[in-house]
Design a protein around this ligand. Structure first.
Ligand SMILES: Nc1ncnc2c1ncn2[C@@H]1O[C@H](COP(=O)(O)OP(=O)(O)O)[C@@H](O)[C@H]1O
Ligand SMILES: [Mg+2]
Length: 400
């Protein structure tokens, strides 16, 4: 049987990979030695031209199903790895069939949770990491996805303004429906709690980190946080007809959580109003920043950048001017020159928006120490010289 590649865009270089050899035996001519999360299948990252792809060996039907699921997630703008293709029809040199392979794009600046821990995650940051997984789960549920196997290993983590953003990496057991039932959501949540607990215990038992966390407390937080966020995003709210401002309040709260309300159901009789968000979409700050500046960053990073832009507007005497014009000034006068202070050879290690955020934090620390406001460009140079060298890279070894 001939090699068969299913893909939206087939790169001819894909045919140059050693498909007649089991993935476990591919050597460093192709494989980039990156840390990966726990997996049942053999997974390797390879370099094809200038692209890094994750290759997972599995059965053809399973690979094709996961490929379709990842395409759907991508189409619906959900945070997940991007599917690149499925290779079937593999045989070894003796003609014995080999498993199919699912190809996904390696998610830049993302780390498996184990690596995040190895990079010195402080115990007080563990809730933020787990919280990112909860936000991802809520987003998937809102979009009608049942994950089926929620775990820290089945997600990837990107740093986002001191916190994290989680991306789905393993969609093998996922299902997409118009809407998913409360029972399915609860099932996903139960699996999440069991897996996270086991993964945290496993991590503490291993020698490569010294993180001490209370697993029971963390999974209780997962449960509470999931229900609180789901409630805020979907629950109906009733109030008197003299409290219309509560609509604005609710929208404001959802915006603060990073969501836009695309459809709000409002019913009113002579003395009661009932509101319920029907369609909410994540990425509130991210869209706002993209509209003003064209920058495409994580939502929490966008929130920080918008704050800096607001401060620039106020202090620079730009109040009342066209916001897009001021945003362009900020971009060319502040953001871009700060990012350019980052030496080119360091750019693979940290996402520009995360670097900007860390420079801002460093500036506060320096200003605090000095007792007066330190210039942002001086802060950036000081950050690059004294903080960055000891900061673990967000691009794992081999990709720096
Ligand atoms: N596109 C990708 N980018 C970065 N890492 C990936 C990618 N695909 C897989 N991985 C890594 O490989 C690990 C295993 O992948 P996964 O799909 O969960 O395999 P399995 O189905 O065997 O559990 C993940 O935890 C992740 O660390
Ligand atoms: Mg997995």
């Amino acid at each position: 049987m001939a090699l068969h590649v299913v893909a939206a865009r087939t790169d001819p270089a894909l045919f140059g990979l050693p498909w007649s050899t089991p993935l476990a035996e591919w050597d460093d001519r192709h494989v980039v030695p990156l840390p990966l999360g726990l997996s049942r299948h053999v997974v390797r990252v390879v370099q094809v031209n200038h692209q890094f792809l994750a290759v997972k060996e599995t059965e053809a039907a399973v690979a094709l199903r996961e490929y379709d699921m990842l395409r759907t997630l991508q189409r619906l703008g959900q945070p997940a790895v991007s599917p690149r293709g499925v290779v079937t029809g593999r045989v070894d040199i003796d003609g014995t069939p080999l498993p199919a392979a699912l190809l996904t794009e390696h998610l830049h600046y993302s780390l498996p949770y184990r690596t995040v821990f190895q990079h010195g995650l402080r115990p007080d940051q563990v809730p933020a990491l787990v919280d990112a997984l909860v936000v991802l789960l809520v987003r998937l549920h809102l979009a009608g996805f049942f994950w089926g196997d929620v775990s820290l290993s089945n997600a990837l983590f990107r740093r986002s303004a001191g916190g994290f953003a989680a991306y789905l990496v393993d969609a093998e057991t996922s299902e997409h429906h118009e809407k998913i039932s409360d029972a399915m959501r609860e099932h996903d949540l139960t699996v999440a709690m069991e897996n996270i607990f086991a993964e945290l215990m496993d991590l503490q038992a291993s020698a490569d980190t010294d993180v001490e966390v209370d697993g029971h407390e963390i999974v209780t937080q997962v449960d509470e946080r999931y229900h609180a966020l789901w409630g805020e995003l979907t629950a109906a709210e009733e109030f008197g007809t003299d409290e219309w401002y509560r609509i604005e309040q609710r929208i404001g709260r959802l915006n603060d959580l990073g969501f836009d309300v695309d459809e709000l159901d409002v019913r009113a009789d002579s003395d009661h109003v009932r509101i319920q968000p029907k369609v909410v979409e994540a990425g509130h700050h991210c869209r706002e920043l993209r509209k003003l500046t064209g920058l495409d960053v994580e939502d929490s990073q966008a929130r920080k950048l918008l704050n800096d832009l607001a401060a620039f507007t106020a202090h620079g005497g730009h109040d009342g001017q066209d916001p897009e014009l001021v945003a362009r000034r900020w971009l060319s006068g502040v953001y871009t020159p700060i990012v350019e202070i980052l030496p080119p050879e360091q750019r693979g290690r940290i996402a520009p928006a995360e670097y900007f955020h860390e420079v801002m934090e460093h500036r506060w620390a320096l200003s605090d120490e000095a007792g007066h406001e330190v210039d942002i460009f001086d802060s950036a140079r000081d950050y690059v010289a004294h903080v960055l060298p000891d900061r673990p890279s967000d691009a794992p070894t081999g990709l720096t």
